[in-house]
Design a binder for this molecule. Structure first.
Ligand code: IPE
Ligand code: IPE
Ligand code: MG
Length: 228
């Protein structure tokens, strides 16, 4: 595969953890745990493939209205990731970025996420972007309000710089696992020209091999950006 055909930035909607667990007669929390393991492997694999940014849709603004016990399980997974697993990521010369509204999360979790960013290697070759309590609509409305506060008219570049992703290039490829054909409020402004890839594979089963399939599909596409 030629390097120019490797996407710089891949976004992934990690869907299907609950159904994966249900098929095994296990609680949803088991699916989320397996999903977290799959995400860790996927990040390592994506870095090896030459991808520079991987954005993982971890929790949407809408997901915050799930039952509290499911949310508590997810928060515990974040606690574990950002105290234990993240070290391996740093060792691989990768950094963490968080996008989303952290103010609605438990204070200790928000603190760990900030630390995860701050302790990242400065000269990282790979960025793992966690979208946590992330929603495109909130992001866009916040950006509009900031622009109004600043009292100046913006062009597209200026507007994009006010989004959570201000310093992150637009995604080239968006993958959604779990069989649903929608974006569920993920990177809606940024994905204007992203290639979309949908698979029925449930996220805990989304291996490096499945990621390679998505990259292969992407590499064969012609991105015209409106031109002939
Ligand atoms: C995605 O899996 C993970 C999160 C939204 C946190 P789901 O929990 O939505 O799994 P399904 O869609 O119910 O199978
Ligand atoms: C999207 O999955 C959010 C994440 C994967 C974090 P959902 O399961 O919440 O999406 P819908 O409800 O099916 O659209
Ligand atoms: Mg789902």
């Amino acid at each position: 595969m030629e390097d120019k055909n490797i996407p710089l930035h891949v976004g992934i909607i990690m869907d299907g953890n609950g159904r994966w667990a249900k098929k095994r007669l296990m609680p949803r929390s088991f699916g989320h745990k397996s999903g977290m393991n799959a995400m860790i492997e996927l990040a390592e694999h994506a870095q090896k493939c030459g991808v520079k940014y991987l954005t993982v849709y971890t929790l949407s603004t809408e997901n915050l209205s799930r039952p509290q016990d499911e949310l508590d399980g997810l928060f515990n997974l974040f606690r574990k990731y950002f105290t234990v697993n993240v070290k391996k990521l740093y060792e691989n010369n990768a950094r963490v970025r968080i996008i989303g509204d952290l103010s609605a999360l438990p204070a200790d979790v928000a603190e760990l996420l900030k630390k995860g960013e701050d302790n990242s290697p400065a000269d990282a070759e790979f960025t793992l972007v966690f979208a946590i309590n992330y929603g495109s609509r909130t992001e866009i409305v916040n950006a509009v309000n900031r622009a109004v506060e600043q009292g100046k008219k913006l062009d597209e570049k200026g507007f994009a710089s006010l989004l959570y992703t201000g310093d992150i290039p637009d995604p080239d490829l968006i993958i959604r696992t779990g069989g649903e054909l929608r974006l569920s409020n993920f990177l809606m402004y940024q994905s204007a020209y992203a290639e979309l890839y949908f698979t029925d594979v449930l996220f805990p089963d989304f291996s490096g091999k499945e990621f390679d399939k998505a990259l292969k599909d992407y590499a064969a596409r012609e991105r015209r950006f409106g031109k002939v």
